[in-house]
Design a binder for this molecule. Structure first.
Ligand code: PRP
Ligand code: URA
Ligand code: MG
Length: 209
């Protein structure tokens, strides 16, 4: 079974409070999501392998370490996942970015795929699927499935807020996937929104409501 990591660093929790606050306006919301994504990237890359190298300092030769040729790929689920991409790229600028466009049908709550564009070498990369919200888990499951269908085997999932239902759905369908979240909330309401959550992440990021 994949593990669930709650990134409960005080800075992340502090910023998440203002992300949730309905009084937080679009610009601040976007900046905060960007900052939390950077902080979560620090946690999600914790197990990257290192290799020893020597580097010449102005004084002497230092036995030192660098990340061992691990190629990463960021896979934001459109739209809301886009809000976390730049924050992660600040720490991992060499990562390539693939996009999976999904929207959730408001009546059935089922995800509908409308766009997929991935790096050509996506199968060789360690992939981080990014979406602020893991609600029913339908969108994350469809995105992970789209990657597996194309031969990808190393996949992690990063979300800001998850519902218990979403975590369970991903664990059931993709038991090999580790999930990183800043918070696990209480439940889903009748409209499939996470309670207490933060509302509609895409609308709050892009000011579309
Ligand atoms: O776990 P689920 O029940 O599938 O719900 C989560 C999805 O819903 C939201 O996207 P939305 O459909 O609102 O699209 P948007 O990002 O374009 O607003 C969110 O960003 C997730 O992708
Ligand atoms: O609470 C939710 C659930 C799905 N999508 C969102 O943006 N928010
Ligand atoms: Mg939305």
């Amino acid at each position: 079974m994949g593990k669930v990591y709650i990134t409960d660093h005080p800075l992340i929790q502090h910023k998440l409070t203002y992300i949730r606050d309905e009084a937080t306006k679009t610009k601040d919301f976007r900046d905060l999501v960007d900052e939390v994504a950077t902080l979560m990237a620090y946690e999600i890359t914790r197990d990257l392998p290192l290799e020893n190298i020597q580097v010449r300092t102005p004084v002497a030769t230092a036995d030192s370490r660098i990340i061992s040729g691990r190629m990463l790929g960021l896979i934001p689920i459109l739209r809301a996942g886009l809000g976390m991409v730049d924050g992660i790229l600040k720490l991992i600028p060499a990562a390539k970015v693939g996009h999976i466009g999904l929207y959730r049908d408001p009546n059935t709550l089922q995800p509908v795929e409308y766009y997929v564009k991935l790096p050509t070498d996506v199968q060789e990369r360690l992939l981080i699927v990014i979406d602020p919200m893991l609600a029913t888990g339908g969108s994350a499951n469809m995105a992970i499935e789209a990657l597996k269908k194309r031969g990808c085997t190393q996949i992690k999932l990063m979300c800001l807020i998850a519902a218990p239902e979403g975590i369970q759905a991903v664990q059931q369908e993709h038991p090999d996937i580790d999930i990183y979240v800043a918070a696990i909330d209480d439940y889903l309401n009748d409209h499939g929104y996470i309670v207490p959550g933060l509302g509609d992440a895409g609308d709050r990021l892009f000011g579309t409501k």
